[in-house]
Design a protein around this ligand. Structure first.
Ligand SMILES: *[C@@H]1O[C@H](CO)[C@@H](O)[C@H](O)[C@H]1NC(C)=O
Ligand SMILES: *[C@@H]1O[C@H](CO)[C@@H](O)[C@H](O)[C@H]1NC(C)=O
Ligand SMILES: *[C@@H]1O[C@H](CO)[C@@H](O)[C@H](O)[C@H]1NC(C)=O
Length: 242
């Protein structure tokens, strides 16, 4: 009986995985707080990151998903939590996974034991400047260091007017992607536009690309390809890194 319990415990430990040696340094250099969110959850129960704070966070050893920053979050009088951008729609402070309110700059990761792939994606627009900086490591199967990827330029200055997102006071809060704004298969690379040859950059994505060369700016954007980094045990994720 005791043996059986031990085996079940061992199985549980094996199947639930655990924390890895992979550390993310979340640094918020913005002059305002942000609330981190991740889908699926990374178990971050206290997602508020004040201005000029650094949080050292141990990531799951296998995880594929998106991380983003929510802005201007607060509870209302009935304790419903919501944010101006990146809101999760659940009313709770810890993000509970429904699609985030757009626009939002997404940091997409695939964490595997042998590599970590990472990208900054503007496929759902842009709400905040971000940088992903691997500390050491090398590109999987290639020589050369793992590149920094970011989108830190002033997207607000170039955001085409149909894509501008404003809050209830009419203030700029971000820039939508053409796909989210127009729901056009041409911009979303769906339907007749889903094949690699038909999924092409458009004037809106090109506007993003001019400022953020290393970010992915439309669904088929593979220039540069999503980097796969091996050997880096630490990644700096910086919001407003300037
Ligand atoms: C708080 O927000 C929720 C969701 O929008 C809404 O249902 C609720 O009525 C709000 N409460 C107050 C006091 O405004
Ligand atoms: C990552 O951030 C830490 C803390 O700010 C800093 O000491 C370190 O130099 C950064 N690493 C890289 C590769 O920039
Ligand atoms: C896809 O292309 C075909 C052939 O050009 C056309 O008949 C069809 O209407 C298109 N479908 C959509 C959803 O645009």
């Amino acid at each position: 009986m005791a043996n059986r319990a031990l085996i079940i415990l061992l199985l549980l430990l094996l199947t639930t995985g655990g924390r890895s040696d992979l550390i993310f340094y979340y640094e918020n250099k913005c002059s305002y707080p942000v609330w981190l969110a991740a889908r699926p959850s990374i178990g971050d129960s206290d997602p508020e990151r004040g201005p000029n704070t650094l949080e050292i966070f141990s990531m799951p050893d296998q995880w594929t998903g998106s991380i983003w920053a929510r802005t201007k979050c607060s509870f209302n009088a009935s304790y419903y939590f919501s944010c101006e951008t990146g809101d999760c729609g659940s009313g709770l402070k810890e993000c509970q996974n429904p699609p985030p309110a757009l626009p939002v700059t997404l940091l997409n990761f695939e964490i595997k034991p042998s590599f970590v792939s990472y990208e900054v994606s503007l496929n759902h627009g842009h709400n905040i400047p971000v940088r992903i900086q691997p500390d050491g490591g090398s590109l999987l199967g290639e020589v050369g260091p793992c590149p920094v990827v970011d989108c830190i330029e002033a997207i607000s200055d170039v955001c085409p007017s149909p894509l501008v997102a404003q809050n209830s006071d009419g203030r700029y809060i971000g820039c939508y992607s053409a796909c989210d704004e127009f729901k056009d298969p041409k911009y979303c690379c769906t339907g007749n536009y889903s094949s690699p040859g038909a999924c092409q950059p458009n004037d809106y994505s090109k506007t993003f690309k001019r400022l953020c060369k290393l970010a992915h700016t439309y669904p088929g954007d593979n220039d540069p390809p999503t980097y796969k980094c091996t050997g880096a045990t630490r990644y700096n994720i910086t919001f407003c890194p300037f």
